[in-house]
Ligand binder design. Structure first.
Ligand code: ADP
Ligand code: MG
Length: 581
């Protein structure tokens, strides 16, 4: 008996859906691309519950003709491609005719559209799992609204892999931002659970970057304009002085204005920064090259492309970025106030109200500068937790005497042994355990109020995470509040954290939350908090500080190694020492 059978369309569609629609953000990407292909100038995106309950995209584009509505959800039905030759002349985002059919097969899909042609009628069609449920004429404005309800309703396994709503919202925002950067003439609006998370009006590329990346980031980017072997490279990259080593930026790369991901190009960018260290800078790269030198039809979600001349593309991007950096070095910009602040340790307001909270700090008075440069014992961390003894002030009186060597190690006697403790690792472990306890027990760690609130620029895709994680940040001692759309203000930061390390620490926290599985999140965030806040090697410690570290360390259940498995101290029994003599 023959064994091979053709699969029914419904199954074929669901298989394609698995490749094209991995999560709500991929559905949003496909639908927004369709609106862009329909030459819309205004696109509104609205989602509920991270896109799982609802995704709705409205545009003012060309619309779909009534007789095309049924076809639009059939697999490989497209208005954008007629024959193989067209594949080489593509100027649209879509061409495979797979997106609507995939989405329809795993959701309840409604298409409402009014085409711009003469004598057209508005049409509303409802589908459930690809099956047409109803179709009627309705009065509509020009354009198309696609509503996707209950995404993955018949693919529960996929639904299970989705992260919490704020992470899905962030991914959606990331994909909207990527499309928005390449389409500065289009007005975008994005709402999640009825809250406006992102809005950008049609304008110049600079103003678009400012909306998408934050005003101060956009202002300081270096421009790229380069051509090599027929490959045009335009765009913007971080100036060397703005690099942040602990921030892993995924570059915005576009090929003929289509967003793509490409490891080779990312490498070419990062390599241009290698003289400054190991960085993943902010980069927006627009590539233009002859159509016959690349293939866009290699990935179902059209994310990847294949270049016929990998090497030439790598070199063109690398040289373009390198050149922009070289030009920047000839005209360095140094801000005196920033330099002062960079080197200043975090300090505490004498009284919280010395400076009105909401006023930007433009005037720096001499006393404050002196205080920044000569921090002394008047630095009093604001204790918000009654449980943990503060490191500086309240070392237990019965802790052993300590000695610091090499400004990095603490030597003390413990029982019948001598301990040599790595001060940085010990403090890291203590902070890690405290952060974990704070997350788990809903407590807050000690924090210090800032006299000059510190601004943090948040990439728009991380904004929903910040909104959702404000409380978790507070537990670590970061008090952060909105100050404009992408700018937030740090009012207080964890005790011991240097001001200059505070904003990067917040960003690492958000990035971790974005990247990690929910189960790893606490641990990863506690670790990065501990890494950034721990007393460094090379810092001179007072006897009190050393005593405090030792007693806190020995209080831990496992004081032996850091979460990364590094040894925290060496123990030398007195007997062994005796034998050596
Ligand atoms: P593709 O974009 O690859 O053509 P899709 O499945 O995404 O495939 O869409 C199928 C067809 O539906 C498109 O070719 C287009 O004709 C039509 N369509 C989808 N969305 C829109 C829209 N927002 N405005 C106008 N036409 C649309
Ligand atoms: Mg499409």
């Amino acid at each position: 008996m023959p064994q091979i059978q053709l699969l029914p369309d419904s199954v074929i569609n669901q298989i394609a859906a698995g490749e094209v629609i991995e999560r709500p953000a991929s559905a949003v990407k496909e639908l927004v691309e369709n609106s862009l292909d329909a030459r819309a100038t205004k696109i509104k995106i609205s989602v509920k519950k991270g896109g799982k309950d609802l995704i709705q995209i409205s545009d003012n584009g060309s619309g779909i003709e009534p007789e095309d509505i049924d076809k639009s959800v059939i697999r490989h039905a497209t208005s954008k491609l007629r024959d193989v030759d067209d594949l080489l002349k593509l100027c649209t985002n879509g061409f495979r005719g797979e997106a609507l059919s995939s989405i329809a097969s795993i959701s309840k899909l409604t298409i409402e559209s009014m085409a711009k042609g003469e004598g057209s009628n508005g049409i509303r069609a409802e589908f459930e799992g690809s099956v047409l449920k109803s179709k009627e004429e309705v009065a509509l404005p020009f354009g198309t609204t696609i509503t996707v309800k209950d995404l993955f309703f018949n693919a529960p396994v996929r639904a299970e892999f989705l992260k919490n709503d704020s992470v899905e919202n962030s991914r959606i925002l990331d994909c909207i931002t990527r499309l928005a950067i390449a389409n500065e003439n289009v007005h975008f609006e994005y709402r999640a659970d009825n809250r406006l998370l992102f809005s950008t009006a049609a304008g110049s590329l600079r103003s678009r970057l400012s909306d998408c990346l934050g005003a101060s980031v956009a202002r300081s980017l270096l421009e790229i304009d380069w051509e090599e072997q027929g490959i045009k490279v335009r765009g913007f990259v971080n100036a060397p002085e703005d690099l942040q080593s602990n921030k892993r930026n995924v570059p915005y790369i576009y090929l003929q204005k289509r967003p793509i991901y490409n490891a080779l190009i990312s490498k070419a960018i990062n390599q241009a920064y290698s003289p400054y260290g190991d960085f993943s800078p902010i980069a927006v790269i627009f590539l233009e090259m002859p159509q016959e030198t690349f293939d866009v039809n290699v990935h179902p979600a059209k994310r990847e492309v294949r270049f016929s001349r990998d090497n030439a593309v790598f070199l063109a991007v690398n040289h373009a970025v390198h050149n922009a950096l070289q030009n920047a070095i000839s005209y360095p910009s140094i801000s005196i106030t920033n330099t002062l602040r960079e080197h200043a340790p975090a300090y505490v307001a004498d009284t919280v109200n010395t400076v009105p909270a909401s006023e930007p700090q433009l005037v720096v008075d001499e006393k404050q500068i002196a205080k920044e440069l000569f921090p002394d014992s008047r630095i009093i961390p604001v204790a918000t937790s009654s449980r943990e003894p503060d490191l500086v002030d309240k070392a237990p009186s019965n802790s052993p005497d300590c000695l610091q060597i090499g400004k990095s190690y603490i030597i003390c006697e413990h029982g019948n042994s001598m301990l040599i403790i790595d001060q940085h690792r010990a403090h890291k472990l203590i902070l890690y355990e405290r952060a974990l306890a704070a997350f788990q027990n809903n407590e807050s760690l000690d924090s210090q109020e800032l006299l000059f609130p510190e601004n943090v620029e948040i990439s728009s895709y991380l904004l929903p995470i910040l909104e959702a994680q404000k409380n978790e940040l507070k537990k670590l001692g970061f008090n952060i509040e909105p100050f404009g759309t992408s700018t937030w203000r740090l009012r207080s930061i964890p005790a011991h954290l240097k001001i200059s390390a505070a904003a990067p620490a917040v960003i690492v926290f958000l990035q971790n939350t974005y990247d990690s599985k929910e189960s790893d999140m606490f641990k990863k965030n506690a670790l990065s908090f501990a890494n950034s806040s721990a007393i460094p090697s090379g810092a001179e410690l007072s006897v009190q500080e050393m005593k405090s570290i030792v007693s806190d360390l020995l209080f831990l259940q496992n004081p032996y190694e850091t979460p990364r498995g590094e040894a925290v101290f060496m123990k030398m029994p007195l007997d062994d020492i005796r034998k050596k003599f």
